[in-house]
Design a protein around this ligand. Sequence first.
Ligand code: SAM
Length: 194
Amino acid sequence: MILKGIDVLFSNVIKLSHAIFQQVVKPGDVIVDATCGNGKDALFLAQLLQGKGRLVVYDIQQEALDRAKNHFENHLLIEERRIIEMKLCSHEYIQEEGAKLFHYNLGYLPNGDKQITTCRASTIASIQKALELVSPSGVVSIVCYPGHEEGAEELLCVDQLAVNLDPSKWEVCTHYSVNRKKAPRLFLFRKRQD
Ligand code: SAM
């Protein structure tokens, strides 16, 4: 269900990120899902692209890409699937210059191996690359999960990066439920037009 109006702000950060994708993504755009996982975010992004443009998804686990492919086959038309490129590769190697959106949903594969999780060093390296590659007025979105050990460290690193972004070049905001311990947190970085 897509929430509208004020309910979006009080919903979880995944629904909020999807509401933001609806504003940012247009058919014909190049979009990167840097952590494909089960493909739920990517499915939503593919639907917004309507078979036009490119959706490039990254994951280091073949199991994740297999599950995502299955999810796409069950929910997308052939024309909508045609624009999806699946890369079994770390998001440190993103190279999609001019992409409108780079999305990171950090952590481990739900219902998968919890030991295989995104790690602060490669996550920060990848986000820094995304900041260079993203188009003017394009967005880098990051969902962090401080409920597990590496996720808590990763959140601190993303927050540190966020607060140090030059405000003349970047609009930066963050959203989380402040009265919930270890609540997931969404960061949004939008590149200002030159
Ligand atoms: N966006 C997914 C969805 O909607 O189903 C959920 C993503 S899940 C929370 C995080 C994923 O990041 C896992 O599948 C994990 O394998 C992947 N991952 C971990 N390190 C990575 C890396 N360096 N590059 C790309 N993906 C990575």
